[in-house]
Ligand binder design. Structure first.
Ligand code: ADP
Ligand code: MG
Length: 465
């Protein structure tokens, strides 16, 4: 456990209840900070008044939250303690293991708290953001807490944190675009004078190519370099595009030298983006690199519930559970199932219950990913390539064994939610970079070799049925 002290004040006696005090402080602060900021920084705290040391020990999930609270909210915390206890009491932070963390209290937010004014005309955004991709619609759990906290941190104080650039990475459908656009929305509303430029890396590339071939490079440069906050989604597509990378490198340097915020997303860690110039790789990794993991069951249910609330439809809990239990790979698929279910129900003009959901989301819709283990993939791949299953974890390397192993790694990556690291471990303690190499080379071989693609696809189908 780490701890460090904050605040200043005198000893106090007779605090009514050691835990209630912090709950009152939370209530006080919830009326003074925006809801999602509160949920990010305070919801997972627990405070206990230690009367021997006459201080409040505030448990937080990680150093990141401790730093942010002490940098940005120390005064508010002191004020909350003073206002709710009538005294000044020291406080200090302690980092606790994340599994100990459940939200402290459900805070009823004051509905009269003024919402930010509407967006003034001079807020300029050169690429529309999806209305739904806001922090308020983003479900936070242990699986994505760090990435979310980092995103909120830069949105609250763009360009003034050490998290520049903020690099968010994670598998497909895990919320990268949602988060990066939520930063855009937040900055647009809270800092209306700041110019936000949002682009996918493909748009950046095509804008650049257009500018070069039409003699409009100055327009291009002035658009991207005038940003106060530059959001670039899916930078893995810069891979292998040398002149675009060079242009991006200069844009990046220019912005970061003038204290502008850059946020990037990618489906993999910067070091795993192939064909990325060394200097760009080092820039990408120079701020904060945060990852998003697949959601656990409870969070998957919460995500579905949030979506049904948003759509104003009512779906029984057991149906939500059924979907969340069966779709465990990513949020996009989870939502896809819900959409399909609603579509079927409206076509058949029927209420949705568990039987209907099972019928509507039959085998062909819900692939039984939950049931596929890496061991099973290894076994079936070994059978398919007619090698001994033990070779999957062995050192031995004939070309057939190596190919079978690579295909099994590729399918493990595709059909399960395990991380590259866990997959590597399951294949005889291999490194995550070996798994990436396997995935890339199988994908490439599938692109170029029709027969091979057919083989892998049929193996995948066999695993799924
Ligand atoms: P990515 O860019 O990582 O592929 P997206 O950001 O496009 O994924 O997310 C896919 C879908 O899942 C979107 O509709 C998004 O709103 C939703 N989504 C992802 N993560 C969450 C979350 N934590 N809470 C609510 N919705 C989420
Ligand atoms: Mg995306």
């Amino acid at each position: 456990m780490n701890s460090f002290g904050m605040g200043g004040g005198m000893t106090v006696a007779n605090i009514p209840d050691q835990q209630k005090l912090w709950e009152s402080c939370l209530n006080y602060m919830s009326l003074r900070v925006k809801k999602h900021s509160f949920n990010t920084w305070f919801k997972y705290t627990r405070g206990i008044y230690d009367s021997d040391a006459s201080s409040i020990v505030i448990n937080v999930p990680n150093q990141f939250v401790a730093d942010w609270l002490s940098d940005r909210y120390a005064d508010l915390i002191s004020e909350a303690i003073r206002e709710t206890s009538g005294k000044s009491i020291d406080f200090l932070f302690e980092i606790s293991h994340p599994s100990e963390f459940e939200p402290q209290t459900e805070i009823d937010f004051n509905p009269r708290r003024p919402e930010p004014a509407e967006i003034p005309a001079h807020a300029r955004l050169d690429y529309p953001l999806n209305e739904r991709f806001r922090f308020d619609n983003f479900v936070v759990g242990k699986f994505n807490q760090f990435g979310h906290a980092a995103a909120v941190a830069v949105a609250e104080a763009p360009g003034t944190t050490p998290y520049n650039p903020l690099f968010i990475y994670g598998g497909t459908g895990l919320g990268k675009t949602h988060l990066i656009q939520a930063i855009g929305h937040y900055v647009q509303e809270q800092f209306p004078r700041k110019k936000i430029v949002y682009a996918t890396s493909e748009k950046f590339t095509s804008d650049f190519i257009y500018a070069v071939s039409n003699g409009k490079i100055n327009d291009f440069t002035s658009l991207y370099r005038s940003a106060d906050i530059l959001l670039v989604d899916d930078v893995q597509f810069f891979s292998g595009k040398e002149s675009t990378q060079e242009q991006f490198f200069h844009t990046f340097n220019d912005l970061s030298h003038s204290g502008k915020q850059v946020v990037l997303t990618s489906d993999r860690h910067p070091r795993d983006i192939k064909g990325l110039e060394e200097r760009l790789l080092s820039r990408f990794s120079s701020g904060l690199v945060a990852d998003l993991q697949p959601p656990d069951l409870e969070s998957r249910i919460a995500i579905l519930r949030k979506r049904t609330d948003h759509e104003k439809v009512v779906i029984p809990e057991d149906v939500l559970y059924f979907i969340a239990d069966n779709v465990n790979s990513n949020v996009r698929e989870l939502e896809g199932c819900l959409t399909k279910l609603l579509a079927y129900a409206s076509l058949e003009k029927t209420d949705i219950d568990r039987q209907f959901a099972e019928r509507a989301l039959g085998k062909e819709i819900i692939r039984p990913r939950r049931e596929i283990s890496i061991t099973e993939i290894q076994k079936k791949s070994a059978e398919f390539f007619q090698i001994d299953a033990a070779m999957m974890t062995a050192k031995k390397k004939t070309s057939r064994i190596a190919l079978a192993r690579q295909v099994a790694m590729y399918l493990s990556r595709k059909l399960t939610a395990f991380s590259l690291k866990s997959i590597g471990e399951a294949f005889g303690g291999r490194d995550h970079s070996t798994v990436i190499h396997a995935c890339d080379s199988i994908a490439k071989k599938m692109e170029n070799d029709y027969d091979f693609r057919e083989k892998v696809t049929s193996l995948e189908a066999a695993l799924l049925c």
